[in-house]
Design a protein around this ligand. Structure first.
Ligand code: CMP
Length: 368
């Protein structure tokens, strides 16, 4: 009997992917492995779907002019949010002293850096201060996102609970920001964040965040996606992973001789050279000699630097200077940890080359 059994679309690809992973990982219990594998695939699909949706929404916002944006965002309105309604922009009045502190806390924030001055000013107007006590929970995993937070002071623990087990995955120490993911991608909170000490935060409401930051991200995607695709380090990332990288990048410009990274300092950022040349050098001091800097390497378009301290959790091992005018794409430490895990092997391989560079630098010093 010749019965025709239809093969569901996608079955072949799913089974092929699973088989490859089984052969690669050689699990002891294939059933357990299958459970874990398919649960991860499902999450990944959900994430891709959400990202695609938020990209389309953001692109829609971006394609309209400012007046139109209000109207098109009204159409979007998935959770009945107020974003884009013809509501006036939120303004929380501040004293001069508060505004100064707010500006100081936000000045290096990567999500804000690529904003036009008028957008940045609207963000500052909308932010409001929140003082927190030791032990206070700011964000709860799986909840909906209400605000984005910039840290002015305090220590904050980031924890994830998975299968009933809670792990501390990161700590913010008087620096940085959090709570952007749920607002950018319309996802539940990814972690729980609790203040370990007394602290002060600046909060930005969801609607203003989406109205200004998400719209700006759409612009960044069209501006940088082409370049990002040519960066060798990121070539192993999927398209949607690269988009997430672009969302958290900001562009910084440096003039000839300007110091980008200082040896010995605490590291907060990772850099990809968009144009120009960056010189990496270390201080060397020999007995009876003045401290002097010796060049280790140069980085040009598409190359990266500033990852070593983030990977090793140590102070900066070398300094970086602009040679001529330089443009870099900059990523903060927590986005680096969250998004560049898949590129870690390549980075570690390159880090092992640094020892060779250091050794040849020592030879140069010996010859001086
Ligand atoms: P959101 O998901 O809105 O709320 C929890 C926040 O924790 C998240 O945004 C990030 O800002 C922050 N966070 C810090 N480290 C991580 C991490 N490794 N994975 C996910 N979120 C993280």
């Amino acid at each position: 009997m010749n019965t025709h059994i239809p093969i569901p679309e996608g079955l072949k690809e799913i089974l092929q992917g699973f088989t490859t992973e089984v052969l690669r990982n050689q699990p002891r219990d294939i059933c357990d492995f299958a459970l874990q594998y398919f649960a991860e695939q499902k999450n990944l699909r959900k994430e891709k779907g959400q990202l695609l949706k938020s990209t389309q929404e953001a692109m829609q916002i971006d394609s309209e002019d400012e007046e139109e944006f209000v109207v098109s965002a009204e159409k979007y309105d998935p959770d009945n949010e107020t974003e884009g309604n013809r509501e006036p922009l939120v303004i929380h009045p501040k004293t001069d002293e508060q505004r100064e502190r707010l500006q100081e806390a936000c000045k290096d924030n990567i999500l804000f850096r690529s904003l036009q001055p008028e957008d940045f000013s609207m963000v500052l107007d909308a932010m409001f201060e929140r003082l927190v006590g030791a032990g206070e929970q700011i964000i709860e995993q799986h909840e909906d996102g209400d605000n984005f937070y910039v840290i002015e002071s305090g220590i904050y623990d980031v924890k994830v609970t998975d299968n009933g087990v809670t792990r501390l995955i990161a700590t913010y120490d008087n620096h940085g920001s959090f709570g952007e993911l749920a607002l950018m991608y319309n996802t539940p909170r990814a972690t729980t964040i609790t203040a370990r000490t007394l602290g002060a935060l600046w909060s930005l409401d969801r609607a203003t965040f989406r109205r200004i930051i998400v719209k700006n991200n759409a612009k960044k995607r069209s501006a940088y996606d082409e370049f990002i695709q040519t960066v060798p380090l990121l070539s192993s990332l999927e398209t949607y992973e690269r988009m997430k990288v672009v969302d958290v990048l900001s562009m910084q410009q440096f003039t000839d001789g300007e110091q980008i990274i200082a040896e010995g300092e605490t590291a907060h950022s990772f850099y990809i050279v968009e144009s120009g040349e960056v010189r990496i050098s270390v201080k060397r001091s020999e007995p009876d000699c003045e401290v002097e800097e010796v060049e280790l390497a140069t980085c040009t378009r598409g190359q990266y630097f500033g990852e070593l301290a983030l990977v090793t959790n140590k102070p900066r091992a070398a300094s970086a200077y602009a040679v001529g005018d330089v443009k870099c794409l900059v990523m903060g430490v927590s986005a680096f940890e969250r998004l560049l895990g898949p590129c870690m092997e390549i980075m570690k391989r390159n880090i092992s080359n640094y020892q060779a560079q250091m050794a040849s630098c020592r030879e140069v010093v010996d010859q001086l």
